[in-house]
Design a protein around this ligand. Structure first.
Ligand code: HEC
Ligand code: HEC
Ligand code: HEC
Length: 483
């Protein structure tokens, strides 16, 4: 079973202070000795799992943490580096202080800035004690791989200048470790520490401003991340998950499947597979307790139904009974959608979208994915399928229907739109509709950011301001000389 004992530490103010005072001493001593206890290495492994380092830092399964995986950001692809203890290609020469700075401040050993694709804004909450354990794990629990991953090269100006991140960090990076709230229970504080730090739920679920900074005032209220939409997970009963219990959220984080409400695909399925499903139940319940206390900034609207209360079982064949299949496929709109559904989806999800009794093949009504006002996840799930594996839920797989080379029946944009519209009107939020253009955007991985443009305009504005200042200065000098 999972490793609860070494982790039953609670983040208390006194302890944090003690660690802050003695941390540096302990650090210097330990790094010299190069000999960490198995318990400490195990604690570090668990924290690294909770932080999902492996998801980003692994491209090849057989070479965990050796880097090479590209993280697509709105401004281009950023390649995660080799963080195995290889002295030639990894972080084998990192001191514990350098490791702490990379994790919490986004500064590399050579002093260069990391891009925020590495979630150091969330990891900044880590206590010194936990950074120490992770350092022990990365130095002695990870196998060194002496290989260089490909480099990040494709970023446009000015993002290709790492120093441009200094300004961003000054404005937006958090530089304070986690501060427990004495008014809350130790369980809530442990949950907040894990959700906001290691689990970095905020990185995906919190909307971002014009400069890609997380908007703290709208924490967890939903955000587009590439092709996918990380929904509102505040405790609002109408637009969040306020209707879920701690047990239900714990089940979702453990298996990625909460019968009757929601399943996880895309990046959430990855986070559950590699990270959340591997955590012990005590920690998952703590995370759930904290998340279900996060308030919404939007006013409740009692007239509005939440996204888990849309749609009902509806026989898809009713619309075209009596017409031949070939004839049906010539139709458009939801009639075409119903045909495509019957041909491709009904075998697993049922002719009325009711799923199977054990819900392995889920019902498509009463679900977040068809009830959500943002249709991105519905389109993305059809195009990309579902692939998730957890210790308690096993392997869950739905084939992708968008892949032109691998899909059994690759669906075109118009077909995915018609299918989505059929699903939305029959089983979901009928106020939402999907166009073929929207499908194309999701196929390409989501809308491109205007950030590059903004930064360029920003630099142009900056240059103009500097020029103006120089002109003013020159004038002043001229005047002074004339006087
Ligand atoms: C969401 C993806 C993501 C996660 C999760 C993540 N990293 Fe990173 N990390 C990156 C990327 C991308 C880079 C390279 C950024 C750059 O080149 O500016 C990076 C860079 C680093 C570096 C700098 C290495 C060097 O010298 O180039 C270290 C150290 C590091 N990560 C450690 C970790 C650890 C430890 C964890 C888990 C606690 C972790 N990362 C989790 C994406 C991630
Ligand atoms: C890498 C990005 C990412 C991270 C990190 C992440 N999520 Fe998610 N989350 C998503 C996406 C995308 C979805 C939508 C998945 C789908 O519908 O298939 C989602 C869905 C959910 C849902 C279901 C909501 C609904 O309406 O059905 C819950 C609950 C949730 N996440 C909680 C969390 C918690 C708690 C954390 C941190 C412990 C977390 N997530 C971390 C991206 C992320
Ligand atoms: C071979 C069986 C199979 C076929 C065919 C199939 N699905 Fe699925 N579908 C699944 C499984 C398995 C899941 C994942 C259940 C889970 O996440 O626990 C799933 C999940 C879904 C979800 C929910 C995804 C989420 O993130 O909540 C949607 C929507 C969906 N399928 C729609 C479709 C549509 C539309 C088609 C036809 C184009 C289709 N499925 C064809 C097996 C199938």
């Amino acid at each position: 079973m999972q490793h609860t004992t070494s982790l039953r530490h609670r983040v208390s103010a006194a302890r944090t202070a003690a660690v802050l005072a003695f941390g540096t001493l302990a650090v210097a001593g330990a790094a010299m000795a190069q000999n960490y206890s198995p318990e400490l290495i195990e604690k570090g492994r668990y924290l690294a799992t909770a932080s999902d380092c492996i998801a980003c830092h692994t491209a090849t399964k057989t070479k965990p943490m050796a880097g090479g995986h590209s993280i697509s950001s709105p401004v281009g692809d950023i390649v995660a580096t080799n963080i195995t203890p290889s002295k030639s290609h990894g972080i084998g020469n990192y001191s514990e202080q350098q490791f702490a700075d990379a994790l919490r401040k986004g500064v590399r050993a050579d002093g260069a800035q990391l891009y925020p694709a590495m979630p150091y804004t969330a990891f900044s909450l880590f206590t010194n004690e936990d950074v120490h354990a992770m350092y022990a794990y990365f130095m002695e629990g990870v196998k060194p791989v002496d290989e260089a991953p490909k480099a990040t090269t494709s970023l446009p100006f000015p993002m290709n200048v790492r120093a441009s991140m200094i300004g961003w960090n000054l404005l937006f990076a958090n530089d304070k470790p986690f501060e427990p709230d004495p008014a809350q229970t130790p369980e809530w504080n442990r949950g907040a520490y894990l959700a906001l730090g290691a689990g970095h739920c905020v990185t995906c679920h919190t909307p971002r401003g014009a400069m890609m900074q997380e908007l703290a005032s709208k924490s967890m209220s939903g955000a587009q991340i590439g092709a996918w939409y990380a929904p509102d997970i505040t405790n609002s009963k109408t637009h969040g998950i306020g209707s879920w219990s701690v047990d239900e959220l714990t089940t979702y984080l453990t298996t990625g499947h909460l019968p009757g409400k929601s399943q996880a695909a895309g990046p959430m399925a990855e986070a559950i597979t590699h990270s959340f499903s591997q955590l012990n139940e005590t920690d998952l319940r703590a995370i759930s307790t904290y998340i279900l206390s996060v308030p919404s900034h939007k006013p409740e609207d009692p007239a509005q139904r939440n996204r888990f209360a849309h749609g009902q079982a509806t026989d898809a064949t009713a619309g075209f009974r009596g017409t031949s299949f070939a004839e049906g496929m010539k139709q458009s709109g939801t009639a075409l959608g119903a045909q495509i559904f019957t041909a491709n989806c009904a075998s697993c999800h049922g002719a009325s979208g009711q799923g199977t009794q054990d819900s392995y093949y889920p019902a498509l009504f009463g679900k977040s994915i068809t009830g959500e006002a943002n249709p991105s996840n519905l389109i993305a799930a059809i195009l990309n399928g579902v692939d998730r594996e957890t210790p308690k839920g096993g392997h869950v797989f739905m084939p992708p229907f968008g892949d032109q080379t691998n899909a059994m029946v690759p669906l075109k944009n118009e077909e995915v739109a018609a299918l989505s519209n059929f699903l939305l009107t029959s089983y979901g939020n009928s106020a939402v509709s999907v166009t073929a253009d929207q499908v194309q955007v999701i196929r390409e991985g989501g809308a491109k950011s205007s950030l590059v443009l903004l930064a360029r305009v920003g630099m142009a504005v900056g240059a103009v301001v500097v020029l103006l200042l120089l002109v003013l200065l020159a004038k002043k000098r001229g005047r002074a000389r004339r006087r």
